[in-house]
Design a protein around this ligand. Sequence first.
Ligand SMILES: Cc1cc2nc3c(=O)[nH]c(=O)nc-3n(C[C@H](O)[C@H](O)[C@H](O)COP(=O)(O)O)c2cc1C
Length: 149
Amino acid sequence: MKGLVYVSEATMKFDQTKLANLTLKASNKNKLLKITGYLYYEKNRFIQYIEGDDLSIDALFENIKKDQRHNVINVISQEINKRRFPAWQMNQLKKEDFVRTKMEHLITDLLLLKRNKTVDKENEWDRMAWEMIDRMAKLRTMVYKYPFA
Ligand SMILES: Cc1cc2nc3c(=O)[nH]c(=O)nc-3n(C[C@H](O)[C@H](O)[C@H](O)COP(=O)(O)O)c2cc1C
């Protein structure tokens, strides 16, 4: 199996209706091909993550690349043996979702939950929080050392 993520620039304006239509069509087709992932759009840019069988992903991405509604800027892919989003045929993530899932908010929620409730697997929660802080530090220092936009 393969996971692939790309960034593209829209060649036309996408409003919520257009995005919802695109996502609905995509998810119907992805269901047949057993492809899962998500799509996010902001400020004229798409970021999409797709995962599935190598052949299905290659074929779909060829299709997506040819789509005149956007120009793919860059793409990365990797071999995977487990899906990250097994339940998402194609989930349109919205800006509001992302604001609520900022790394800092996730960590805050994690720590608040841990304080208010007795959680089993307490060590795992701590480990997850530290993992996020680690990744965030690496990513942010990299991105802001080499800003591209
Ligand atoms: C940003 C973007 C993301 C897309 N994602 C998918 C997708 O996940 N699955 C899909 O089937 N089509 C997706 N499409 C649409 C394809 O480019 C193409 O129009 C669609 O697969 C229909 O192909 P067909 O004419 O061969 O049926 C996407 C298009 C755009 C612009």
